[in-house]
Design a protein around this ligand. Structure first.
Ligand code: PQ2
Ligand code: NAD
Length: 194
């Protein structure tokens, strides 16, 4: 099996998660981090869900046909037959948490640092490997990247045609600087360009 990595815009995608156990919770967290519009349907919700506010959690069984109304469906019940019905009724993308080969997409591991998103998968070969890779990448691309990306975006908006500057700001030392220090560097660099 082979997969095409794509990034889906949150406002164009309504997600249905069916199931309220630990696995549904893990998928919910991945979707929440991407700020998706999420509905969760489950006969019972585990403890983790109880602490969420402003969420669309429906405590009831899956209703026949409802998967067809969503762009992305995650079948995460502990009942293979129910998961099969859900995946058959989904019209667009469906992730089978119990059997990757029976869906048409999967939810990969991801790290969000503002506009910078890293995502990868082993295609179900080894979710443990995915987890190990996450720990490594989280250290390499630490929280500083979020502010750094905001800075890069602002520089690009202001100096879109200045390729030399756009290349200059992509350097390791900028990552841990404060915004003030970064803009000061730019101020010093611009006069050297002529
Ligand atoms: C990314 C992450 C998101 C998340 O769920 O948080 C994720 N699984 C994670 C962890 C994890 N999953 C499992 C274990 C126990 C150890 C083991 O079995 O190896 C652990 C480790 C743990 O929990 O510590 C068991 C497992 N996983 C799947 C099956 C069914 C099957 O293989 O068909 C079974 C057996 C069920 C059973 O037999 O009962 C299937 C899938 N799991 C996926 C994603 C998709 C492929 C991702 C990929 O390969 O890269 C895919 C294909 C579909 C999907 O779910 O979208 C998270 C990664 C770490 C992270 O990012 O933190
Ligand atoms: N993808 C992964 O990473 C991964 C990892 C481990 C297990 N799994 C698979 O994920 C599935 C779920 O695991 P879990 O530990 O969260 O199970 P769980 O037993 O904790 O939860 C199952 C949930 O499904 C709900 N449910 C059952 N039938 C329903 C129905 N008809 N309508 C609505 N809700 C219904 C239950 O109320 C419960 O909330 C298992 O089948 C397991 O094989 C996947």
């Amino acid at each position: 099996m082979s997969y095409l990595p794509i990034f889906i815009k949150n406002k164009d995608c309504h997600v249905l998660i069916v199931g309220g156990g630990r696995i549904a919770w893990n998928k919910y967290k991945l979707c929440k981090e991407a700020k998706m519009n999420i509905t969760v349907v489950a006969e019972q919700f585990c403890e983790a869900f109880q602490h969420e506010e402003n969420a669309d959690f429906l405590e009831r069984p899956y209703i026949d046909g409802e998967a067809s109304k969503y762009e992305l469906v995650i079948a995460a019940t502990n009942n293979t037959q129910v998961n099969t019905v859900i995946s058959q009724q989904a019209k667009q993308f469906v992730c089978r948490t119990d059997a990757v080969e029976k869906g048409n997409c999967l939810l990969p591991s991801a790290i969000h640092r503002g506009d910078f998103v890293i995502s990868w998968t082993t295609g179900g070969a080894s979710p443990f490997l995915s987890k190990t890779i996450k720990q490594k990448l989280e250290t390499t691309f630490d929280e500083d990247y979020e502010g750094y990306l905001t800075f890069l975006k602002a520089v690009r908006a202001e100096h879109k045609d200045n390729k030399a500057l756009l290349r200059y700001v992509v350097a390791e030392r900028f990552i841990s600087m404060t915004d003030e220090e970064r803009w000061l560097e730019i101020k010093k660099f611009i006069p050297t360009l002529n």
